[in-house]
Design a binder for this molecule. Structure first.
Ligand code: ADP
Ligand code: MG
Ligand code: ZN
Length: 483
């Protein structure tokens, strides 16, 4: 029997605010444990939370970017559960009336563009972090409350995702949008973006959804993809054997590449959600929404389309170049100095991205400034260096931070474009190969390649190939009539 998989993702994104969602504590990542806490985020008795306006604004930005509906009124609720990293015994979240509903994220699958609908986006606070020892001899787990009260949005998708690959594309696109908006770092390793993946399978043709499980604890998008593939296979195997899938929460083990049961899935009534009595209704005015709408930056999809029309580059190129705002800015800066937009695109997508990948750095930390790159490209256009030489010079630039012209003069790398000098070398080659000259003149014009090769050999590859061809052809036809 054939099966199909159905996936819905719940993504938690930490919002880039200076202070926490309900108190004034700092949100800076990586400070010593428990140095960024106060009675509010520690949940001591008698304190009152106050909503952070910036967090709400960041949430609204996201809703608008995905075309969702911001509700004029939303309500905070207490989600009650006990866990060592949750000192209050409940998390302030939104339940029945979330910040928004609707919207979609469009992904580019191999064949088509597909809209993945968003069910809802709501605001909530993060919990603390349990710190389990790496060392097995140490049996103490400690807890860091710095993360308590960091603002989050949770973006819940509809079960519109059909495969692990689509899940990967969805996450990549979502992160891109959040980063363009400047509201989340998107850094999964620091936990700034986390994904719970819900997945079920059903026999092809059956309409009713299968029972879903939820997989947590993946620390990369590829991890999500792998965990989903694993889980789909596991569920199919259960059904094939006539069993039923149990609704449960599983933890993905990155090292072993398997999932294991964390807990049988809780139902929402287990959380005893009820409206947070210490917070009033969150009211968002039309004017505020309009104001935020006007402040939205150019989003990835718009930028991509603009690149296609403005720079006349293929959609593929535009997609790669706009994968991050910083890379897009770098490209545009280059084109400003060197308007050969496709040539610049090839270099940025090729040499620059390869270099960044090898060095595991982002474009922000890249040593070669746009003007330095375009200086190099101009030297190619002017025929001073060949494309091949340029790649070597580029590699040297990334090593030493020197400019292209510095490297060229130091190494004597410039192409020989002096016609007189080339003529002299061509003469030498012809004199040294009289037999071949005779044959060429007798009609064996294929030998031109041989002569070009000889000239290149004598100049150690520095001769300008176009000029070599011209000079050779001229010289070889010069005396043809005499013989
Ligand atoms: P649950 O009660 O299991 O938490 P929710 O309705 O809260 O389900 O939805 C959580 C996420 O699970 C959503 O992203 C939703 O799209 C997805 N989801 C719900 N049912 C299924 C299913 N049968 N298969 C796959 N994903 C599902
Ligand atoms: Mg859920
Ligand atoms: Zn605090």
């Amino acid at each position: 029997m054939e099966y199909e998989s159905i996936i819905g993702l719940e993504v938690h994104a930490q919002l880039l605010t200076e202070s926490k969602i309900f108190c004034g504590c700092s949100t800076i990542f990586g400070s010593p444990p428990n140095t960024q806490t106060c009675p509010v985020c520690l949940g001591l008795p008698g304190v009152l939370p106050v909503i952070n306006r910036k967090a709400v604004e960041h949430g609204i930005k996201t809703v608008l970017a995905v075309g969702g509906k911001v509700h004029a009124e939303s309500i905070f609720a207490r989600k009650n559960y006990f866990y060592p990293d949750l000192p209050k015994g409940y998390q302030i979240s939104q339940y029945e009336k979330p910040l928004s509903t609707g919207g979609f994220i469009e992904i580019d699958t191999d064949s088509v563009k597909k809209k993945i609908k968003i069910n809802r986006i709501h605001l909530e606070e993060d919990a603390g972090k349990s710190m389990h020892p790496d060392d097995e001899s140490d049996d103490e787990t400690s807890v860091d409350m710095n993360r308590c009260g960091i603002p989050l949005i949770e973006i819940v998708s509809e079960p519109d995702i059909a495969s692990p690959e689509e899940a990967y594309l969805y996450l990549t696109k979502l992160r891109q949008i959040l980063q363009y908006l400047g509201i989340c770092s998107g850094n999964m390793e620091e936990g700034a973006l986390r994904c719970d993946a819900n997945v079920s399978v059903r026999p092809m043709g059956v309409e009713k959804f299968g029972i879903n499980t939820e997989v947590k604890n993946m620390n990369s998008f590829r991890g999500v993809e792998k965990a989903l593939s694993y889980e789909i296979e596991r569920q199919i195997e259960i059904l094939e054997k006539g069993g039923t899938v149990v609704k449960e929460t599983l933890l993905w083990d990155e090292k072993k590449q398997i999932s294991s049961v964390m807990r049988t899935k809780e139902e929402s009534h287990d959380y005893r959600y009820f409206p947070e009595p210490d917070l009033v209704t969150l009211a968002v005015s039309e004017e505020w929404i309009d104001q935020i709408k006007r402040s939205l930056p150019e989003l990835p999809e718009q930028k991509k389309q603009r690149f296609v029309t403005q720079y006349e580059i293929p959609e593929y190129d535009a997609g790669v170049l706009t994968s991050s705002k910083e890379l897009a800015d770098y490209y545009e800066e280059c084109v400003k100095y060197h308007p050969e937009s496709k040539m610049v695109s090839n270099w940025v997508m090729g040499e620059v991205l390869r270099e960044l990948k090898e060095r595991k750095i982002g474009i922000k930390n890249f040593k070669i400034a746009p003007t330095d790159l375009t200086d190099l490209l101009r030297l190619i256009d002017e025929g001073i260096i060949s494309g091949k030489m340029a790649k070597e010079i580029f590699a040297e630039m990334t090593e030493t931070g020197k400019s292209a012209s510095e490297i060229i003069s130091e190494k004597g790398l410039a192409q020989i474009t002096d016609e007189e000098e080339l003529s002299r070398i061509v003469e030498e080659v012809l004199t040294d190969n009289p037999e071949n000259v005779k044959m060429y003149r007798a009609g064996k014009e294929k030998l031109l390649g041989f002569f070009v090769g000889q000239v290149m050999k004598r100049t150690e590859g520095k001769a300008n190939p176009k000029l070599v061809n011209e000079v050779l052809k001229a010289k070889l036809s010069e005396n043809r009539d005499e013989k």
